[in-house]
Design a protein. Structure first.
Length: 332
C-alpha cells in the first residue's frame, strides 16, 4: 500500500509540474548572481511551449536532399490590406516556395494572422506543407516570423522567442529559433540557431551596437550550438556593420551586390561564422524579383523596397554525411 501511495504522489507531482510548465511561465531576476525575485504568470494564448522537435506531429520528411536554401526578406508593412492586393500576394506565393526556410520581417498586425494567412495561401497554391514560427505579438504591431517547409525543416518550439528589449531600443526585437534539417538521421542532420533582425535606419548605430550582444547571448545560451546564423535587414553594407562587424569570424555571405529594388543600396544580408558553419556551400545570391516574377521596378516596389537574399547549406552537420550533429547539452 505504501508503494502505491508513493507512486501516486510521484505521478501527481509529475503531472502538476507538467501542468504548470504548460500553462505558466516563470520569470526570475538576479542581482550579482543572487536570486532576488521570482514572478509566475499565466502564459498568453498561443505562447504555450511545444515539444522540442515535434516530429510526431509533422508530415513525412521529403526525400533526402543534399542541400537546402535559407532566405531573408523584409516585406515592409505586410498587413491585411497589403496581403489582399492580388499582385503583391501572387509575388509572395512565388517567392516563399523557392526556399525551405525564409525569415520574413515587416509583418504588421495584432495577432500573427498575417503570417498564418500567408502560409495557408502558400500551401494551397503550391501543394507544399509550410508552417511558421513566431512568438505572440505583444504590445507592438510589427513582428517577424520564420516560414519553413515542414517536410524539410523542423523547429524546436521551446526556443522560439523575441529577444528581451526592456529599453525598447528595437521597434521589432530580434527573433530567435533553433532548427534542424529533416531527411538525414537526427545525429547527422544540420542543426542551427537563426536570428532574424530588422534594423531601424533612424537608430542604425545604436541597434548595430546591440546586435553583437544579441549574437553573443544566443551563441552562449548553454545549448552549445556553434552554428548561429543572423539574417535580415541590416540597413547598411557589409563594410559598415559597426560592433556587429567586429564579432570574431562573423562574416556576411552577400557582398558587392545591391539588395534593393532600385539597386542603390546594400541593406540586407546573412551573417555566419564561416569556419564554424562549414555547412554553408558558398552559394549566396540576391533574388531578383523583377526578373523572376516579371515585374517592373514600380510593381516590385509595391511589394517591398528590399529584395530577398539567400544562402545554400548542406543538410548534413559538418557538410557531409557521417558527421555527428549532436553537441553536449543540445536538444535532441
Amino acid at each position: 500500500m505504501a508503494r502505491v501511495i508513493l507512486t501516486v504522489l510521484i505521478l501527481a507531482a509529475v503531472l502538476g509540474t507538467a501542468y504548470v510548465y504548460w500553462n505558466y511561465q516563470v520569470e526570475t531576476q538576479y542581482d550579482n548572481g543572487r536570486l532576488v525575485s521570482v514572478r509566475i504568470t499565466r502564459r498568453p494564448d498561443g505562447a504555450r511551449p511545444g515539444l522540442p522537435w515535434e516530429s510526431a506531429n509533422l508530415p513525412s520528411a521529403r526525400p533526402l536532399q543534399p542541400t537546402f536554401r535559407m532566405a531573408s526578406f523584409d516585406v515592409e508593412r505586410l498587413d491585411e490590406r497589403k496581403l489582399a492586393n492580388r499582385r503583391i500576394s501572387d509575388v509572395l506565393l512565388r517567392v516563399v516556395p523557392k526556399f525551405e526556410l525564409i525569415a520574413i520581417q515587416g509583418f504588421q498586425g495584432p495577432n500573427r494572422g498575417e503570417a498564418l494567412r500567408l502560409v495557408e495561401a502558400v500551401n494551397q497554391s503550391s501543394g507544399r506543407q509550410y508552417d511558421f514560427a513566431a512568438p505572440p505579438v505583444g504590445s507592438q504591431s510589427e513582428y517577424m516570423a520564420f516560414i519553413f517547409d515542414q517536410t524539410a525543416i523542423e523547429v524546436d518550439r521551446s526556443t522560439v522567442h523575441a529577444v528581451n528589449d526592456p529599453a525598447g531600443v528595437f521597434r521589432c526585437p530580434p527573433l530567435v529559433a533553433q532548427f534542424r534539417v529533416r531527411g538525414p538521421t537526427p545525429n547527422e542532420a544540420f542543426t542551427f540557431q537563426a536570428i532574424s533582425v530588422r534594423v531601424d535606419p533612424e537608430r542604425l548605430d545604436e541597434q548595430l551596437a546591440l546586435l553583437d550582444d544579441v549574437y553573443r547571448a544566443v551563441r552562449d545560451d548553454g545549448r552549445n550550438e556553434d552554428d548561429i546564423i543572423l539574417l535580415g535587414a541590416l540597413e547598411t553594407d557589409e563594410h559598415h556593420l559597426g560592433q556587429l562587424g567586429q564579432v570574431p569570424e562573423l562574416a556576411p555571405v552577400v557582398s558587392m551586390m545591391p539588395t534593393t529594388v532600385r539597386g542603390t543600396r546594400r541593406a540586407d544580408n546573412i551573417l555566419l561564422r564561416r569556419r564554424a558553419t562549414s555547412e554553408f556551400t558558398g552559394r549566396a545570391e540576391v533574388f531578383d524579383l523583377m526578373r523572376e516574377c516579371d515585374l517592373t521596378i514600380e510593381q516590385a516596389l509595391e511589394v517591398s523596397e528590399h529584395l530577398p537574399v539567400w544562402a545554400e547549406f548542406s543538410s548534413f552537420e559538418g557538410g557531409r554525411p557521417g558527421v555527428l550533429a549532436a553537441q553536449p547539452g543540445s536538444p535532441q
